[in-house]
Design a protein around this ligand. Structure first.
Ligand code: HEM
Length: 156
């Protein structure tokens, strides 16, 4: 797979994409917290809704896609050379840390989807959660990121 882009370049681009993704996931619930603290229909609400929408469109959407594209590319390169073997053998050879990481990143993608859906609800004026709830939620991506990075570097 090294003929498209090199493994180390893909690793670097993967890390850049996940930095943007995690940064966005840390900010978005904060915007929702500020918004929820403001008057319904007020100026703060309008500016936070706009900031949240831009963050989702410009940073979060593209960085989610790029994190997955480069991550799956790395995965393909990691197990490459094995593709002519039966699929069962290839899967059996996948290291354990990768399955753990896959569960974490699927969870993080689900969390991303949840935030996007809640953003659309907030834009319709539905405030289903408290300011405190959104502050709590903004801690989740950091905890998941710690686990995902250590799984990728320690490869336990
Ligand atoms: C979106 C789905 C993702 C997939 C499919 C994926 C997959 C992979 C794969 C296969 C590698 C190569 C590991 C190696 O060369 O040893 C890797 C590297 C890495 N990933 Fe991910 N990853 C994903 C998301 C993430 C996230 C969310 C983070 C951080 C929060 C992350 C952090 C890293 C780091 C730091 C490395 C470099 C590790 C090293 O070079 O030793 N990845 N990823």
């Amino acid at each position: 797979m090294d003929h498209v882009i090199g493994y180390n370049l893909a690793r670097g681009l993967h890390i850049i994409a996940v930095i943007a993704w995690i940064a966005g996931l840390l900010m978005l619930p904060r915007f929702y917290a500020y918004l929820t603290a403001g008057q319904p229909g007020g100026e703060l609400e309008a500016s936070m809704l706009k900031a949240a929408r831009n963050l989702r469109l410009i940073i979060l959407g593209p960085s989610l896609v790029l994190s997955w594209v480069f991550g799956l590319y790395l995965f393909g390169a990691y197990v490459s050379g094995d593709w002519d073997r039966p699929l069962g053998d290839v899967l059996a050879g996948v290291p354990h840390w990768f399955w753990g990481k896959l569960i974490l990143v699927l969870g993080l993608s689900g969390y991303h989807g949840f935030l996007s859906a809640e953003g659309r609800r907030l834009a319709r004026g539905e405030r289903r959660h408290s300011e405190k709830f959104w502050r709590r939620m903004s801690e989740i991506p950091f905890l998941v990121a710690i686990a995902a990075v250590l799984l990728a570097t320690l490869e336990p």
